[in-house]
Structure formats: C-alpha cells, structure tokens
Design a protein around this ligand. Sequence first.
Ligand SMILES: N[C@@H]1[C@@H](O)[C@H](O)[C@@H](COP(=O)(O)O)O[C@@H]1O
Length: 294
Amino acid sequence: MRLIIREDYEEVAHYIANYIKERINQFQPSSERPFVLGLPTGSSPIGVYKKLVELYKSGELSFQNVVTFNMDEYVGLPRDHPESYHSFMWKSLFMHVDIVPENVHILDGNAPDLDEECKKFEADIARVGGIELFLGGIGPDGHIAFNEPGSSLTSRTRVKTLAYETIIANARFFDGDISKVPKLALTVGVATVMDAREVVVIITGAHKAIALAKCIEDGVNHMWTVSAIQMHPKGLIVCDEDATLELHVKTVKYFKSIEHVHHSLIGAENLSLQGGVKQLRSPVSNDRPQTPFE
Ligand SMILES: N[C@@H]1[C@@H](O)[C@H](O)[C@@H](COP(=O)(O)O)O[C@@H]1O
C-alpha cells in the first residue's frame, strides 16, 4: 500500500484527478474495452470531480468510454432530491463531461426489491469485467462506502443500516436535522471495493486522523473497514497533512521518504505536475509498466 501526503485538500484533489486521468489515458479505453471506474460521494471527492471536469474541458480527458459504478445511495430518498447521490453525481461530475448516461450505474434506493437491486448491481459490475479503479472516501469512523464498523470484510452490495455517527455526520446535508437523514442505504460491500484492480482512497481533515492511523498503523479490522486496503495488492491512500495528525512521526517520515527516494530514482521528468503518475519501465524488467511506489 502507498500513502501519498500532500499539503492540503486542494493538492490532494489535484494529485488524484491527475492520477485518474493518467490511468484512463494509459488504458486507452474503447467502446469494446471501456475503463470501469468506481466512484464515491461526499465532500471528499468534490475537489477531484472539479479538476476532472477541468481536464475534460481542456481536452486532456474524455469519459466517452468510461463506465462508472457509484458506491452507495440512500434508501427512500427520491432520486431528484438535492441530497440523493444521483443528484450529487450529476451535479458534481456527470453533467459537465461527455459520459454516456447508459454507462452510469448508481444504485436505486427506491427499487421495489432492494435485495434484487443489489444483486443486479454486482452482476452489472461482473458483466463489464470488474472495476479497474475504485475511488473511495471514508467517514470519521473509518467506513468505506456505507460499510459501517463491524461490516464483514467479505461483504457485497446490500442494504445497510447507518451508524448513528454517520447519521450525525451526514445531517449537515439535511439542514443539520438528524430526523431528515435516511437511516438505510444501499452500499457496495468491502469486498466489492477490494475486488477492484486498484483502490484509491481520499482522506483529508483532522477529523479523519484517527481513522487514518487505525487504517494503516493497526491491523486489518472490521471496526475500521477501510483497513481492508492493507490486503489489496494495489492500494493507494492520498491524504493531507491534517489527516496525519494521529500517525507516528516515523510513519509519516517513512512514507514521505519512499516518495522522495522514488522521485530521485526516476527523475522529475517522469512525474507530471504535483505527483501525477506516468507509466514507467522497471529498471530490472521490461515486461510490464510500473507505477511509482507500487
Ligand atoms: N457513504 C458516504 C461515504 O462514501 C463517504 O466516504 C463518507 C464521507 O463523507 P465526506 O467525504 O463528506 O467526509 O460519507 C458517506 O458516509
């Protein structure tokens, strides 16, 4: 697993947006072989989406052959409610880029049979060959998607009761009124996320510092479901300085030094601005492209 530390939220967003752009462009998606991208909601990815829109507008990125799957959706909230994840995704990203609407997959929290809806979602992911890159955010309690503490690390897409802490955290989107926050959601499981060929998690802010420490310094634990990333062959966490507040100084220095050594090995010309990633050839083997810090 790699940890990339950037100064603040803006720089984190910049890094991740460039990273996604590079991944999509390297993949050279086509209609027969689209790039399959998993996406989150919440305040964490807003900066990333803003920059992805800029990259689209400057002609550096197209979503024409990108298929998306969103992590979760509230149950019972009308699709056109301003706080539904459908509304959020269209407002924040989809309506500003050239994505084909049929390529967007967001769970329907008003489906007549919610279990069936979850099964269909998993089947849809399998049908397109799995997710290439799953971008995620976390809650202050370390949940990924709506996989609240205690969720099975082998969980798949399902109906989930929200933790009280999550309801409180999300009340800010519902006039601060806890009673207005839906109490159920449909969510991909931890295993659904970890099945992706690459997992990238955004963690910013001091309020997520404990979760980051639990996620990377302690063991894999269902009480901090994002810690499952430790078992992923290609996991990347991008955080800001504030989120490192609970990490050991040694941990922070360790991950920063890896990035530093890597930069010195490959030379600045191989890195795009702010640590964006280009495919690199391994000095020892030419058989596959390599990315920094793998
Ligand atoms: N289901 C979402 C998560 O996917 C998201 O990561 C989390 C954090 O939100 P924020 O990024 O606003 O802190 O909120 C909700 O619980």
